[in-house]
Design a protein around this ligand. Structure first.
Ligand code: TTP
Length: 190
């Protein structure tokens, strides 16, 4: 087993980490993703990232374990994954014709050592018609994604502008993950 573990069930996070040619194992971590309403968005994503990583790190303390979490924020509201078509529609209507922020938190745990960080990316959407939103929801792409869209998929056509790390919007800020692994003294091994 590789000494690097991605604690995630997200196919996107797997693809992103593969993109930078790190060798790693995957152990999905399912945790209760509820959080205190007093937390700020950056605190939420780091808290949940750590929770996901911790479950796996406790079982593999000699490994470097990466956990991550992504949310969208708009007008002070934190948007996670939609649970229904109605919720997806509400979220996309909220995002239409304006800017929102995408926060991705990352936790890298190595025994007692821990690094937590987050990236904030600003995304601006074109004005969307009700039909565009309905047609998009019918593709089912929104359902496993924070904010009800995927910038890497059909949702790309809604995006007018982005400021910050694209990969963080997809679910993992890979260049920063790589930097932090180096800082922690991570050396790849098979
Ligand atoms: C905004 C946006 C989010 N997303 C995804 C990234 C995350 O996978 C998902 C947010 O849910 P998360 O709870 O962060 O992650 P997950 O449940 O998919 O995976 P795991 O907890 O096992 O690591 O939304 C996109 O794929 N594209 C986008 O443009």
């Amino acid at each position: 087993m590789s000494n690097l573990i991605l604690a995630s069930q997200s196919p996107r996070r797997k693809e992103l980490l593969e993109q930078i040619q790190l060798s790693f194992s995957i152990i999905g971590s399912s945790v209760d993703e509820t959080f205190s309403p007093d937390l700020m968005p950056h605190e939420v994503v780091m808290y949940l990232a750590k929770k996901k990583a911790m479950v796996i790190s406790n079982q593999h303390p000699s490994h470097y374990v990466i956990g991550s979490d992504t949310v969208v924020t708009k007008d002070g509201k934190i948007l996670g994954k939609p649970e229904s078509k109605e919720e997806a529609k509400d979220m996309l209507q909220m995002l239409s014709g304006s800017s929102h922020a995408v926060y991705t938190g990352v936790a890298i745990l190595h025994g007692e050592e821990e690094k937590l960080f987050y990236e904030k990316t600003d995304v601006t959407f074109w004005e969307l018609t009700s039909k565009e939103i309905d047609d998009y929801i019918a593709t089912e792409e929104p359902f496993d994604k924070a904010g009800s869209y995927g910038i890497q998929g059909i949702g790309a056509k809604f995006v007018k502008e982005i400021k910050g790390d694209y990969f963080s919007v997809v679910g993992l800020p890979i260049s920063r993950v790589n930097r932090v692994l180096l800082e922690m003294g991570y050396l790849p091994s098979e």
